[in-house]
Design a protein around this ligand. Structure first.
Ligand SMILES: O=C(O)CCC(=O)C(=O)O
Length: 387
């Protein structure tokens, strides 16, 4: 079984013709709709198009979105959603707090996970006026703020927010990607805006969308793994929790804010990737490497940086992890176009693959041990900074 799965990894990579290159194919100009469909969507293969594809977008050609005054003026009366975490890691694993007054280990209602391990932590989402949100995002990054600010802000509302909360600037970019819409026979299901700083990162996950991801300012750094390599990420269920902020005040974004992490009621389990490719401390990296050898000892993930003006085609079901480098203004801005994927036989095969337990990723006791080690390293690390 182990050998068959490894053969699948190799064969799938060879068929994608990306072999050992470790990178993602780059095109100088957008593909025709037919080429996009034949060579990339059907083959489930990523690529990046150069800035030629977006040269005519006012957000880029007139550098409108690199200009705070322009954005704050255009969006001055708009209320936007900002995702707040103590460390820039929203929708990511975090140590599950012990139940107050508890003994440290209690079984969840359905008995699937014990507290004291890791949980799936979502951000605390606050609504605020855009100029305040932008200031907070910049002030809580390393580039312009202190590196240990007790909060990290990331505007990343994934509910078609560009034509919603950000309608006043939606006309500065295209409403859809014409060659993708023609190939896929539909308009995007959602167009989202992402404004972040260098402390925000998005943990490994996959989406059921064909994703056209466009960077407007700054850079985004992607790690990509094909869906055939699902076992390398050790997906398992984690109890869902959410950060809450005790203080209503976010004025400086740097002083003394206290986050609590609360288990969602009613309790629910979220299947999530266990691997953190960039853990916060060397001790934690050692735990990750020994706990998740299929990831750390296997073929390198595809790695790419998407620069301002470029478009990444991120095929449906591909696992991705995202970090960012801000522009000289302290922010990274991106827009992504999510198109519905085709739920076809490929989807059924990949689901089947995911349902098969890989002998090396199934070990529940080693996962529990890794969880405990990771938790104690996180505690040590985050207690040593001003969280
Ligand atoms: O930019 C990010 O932080 C994450 C993007 C992402 O996960 C997506 O477009 O599906």
């Amino acid at each position: 079984m182990e050998k068959a799965v490894r053969n699948l990894w190799v064969e799938a990579r060879e068929l994608m013709r990306q072999g050992d290159l470790g990178g993602v194919e780059r095109l100088d100009s957008p593909p025709s709709p037919l080429r996009f469909l034949r060579e990339y969507v059907s083959a489930n293969r990523p690529f990046i198009v150069s800035g030629a594809a977006t040269r005519h977008w006012p957000a880029i050609s007139h550098s409108l979105w690199s200009n705070d005054d322009y954005l704050c003026n255009a969006l001055r009366n708009c209320t936007v959603s900002v995702h707040l975490t103590p460390n820039g890691r929203a929708d990511a694993l975090a140590p599950l707090p012990l139940p107050s007054g508890g003994e440290g280990e209690s079984i969840t209602k359905d008995g699937t996970q014990k507290r004291g391990g890791l949980c799936f932590a979502s951000a605390c989402v606050r609504s605020m006026e855009f100029p305040e949100a932008l200031q907070l995002i910049k002030a809580t990054g390393r580039a312009l703020g202190p590196s240990t600010a007790s909060v990290v802000a990331y505007a990343q509302q994934q509910d078609n927010c560009l034509p919603g909360e950000y309608a006043a600037v939606a006309g500065d970019v295209e409403a859809h990607i014409p060659w993708a819409s023609e190939a896929l026979g539909c308009l995007p299901e959602a167009v989202n805006l992402w404004i972040g700083n260098d402390r925000s990162q998005t943990s490994f996950h996959k989406d059921h969308y064909e994703n056209l991801y466009v960077v407007i300012t700054g850079e985004k750094h992607f790690l990509l793994l094909p869906p055939t390599e699902v076992h390398r990420l050790y997906i398992c269920p984690y109890l869902a929790a959410r950060y809450t902020l005790s203080s209503a005040l976010l004025d400086t974004g740097t002083g003394g804010l206290r986050f609590d992490l609360e288990v969602e009621e009613p309790e629910r389990q979220v299947p999530w990737c266990s691997v953190d490719p960039y853990p916060p401390s060397p001790e934690d990296l050692a735990v990750q490497m020994s706990s998740f050898p299929l990831y750390f000892d296997g073929p390198r993930p595809f790695e790419c940086t998407v620069k301002a003006g470029e478009i990444l085609y991120l095929p449906s079901m591909w696992f991705h992890h995202v970090r960012q480098t801000p522009d000289s203004n302290g922010q990274t801005i991106a827009v992504n176009y999510w198109y519905d994927m085709q739920f076809d036989i490929k989807y059924a095969y990949l689901n089947f693959l995911q349902s098969i337990e890989h002998p090396l990723s199934a070990g529940d006791s080693s996962r529990k041990k890794a969880e405990q080690d990771i938790k104690s390293n996180y505690d040590e690390f985050y207690n040593s900074v001003d969280v």
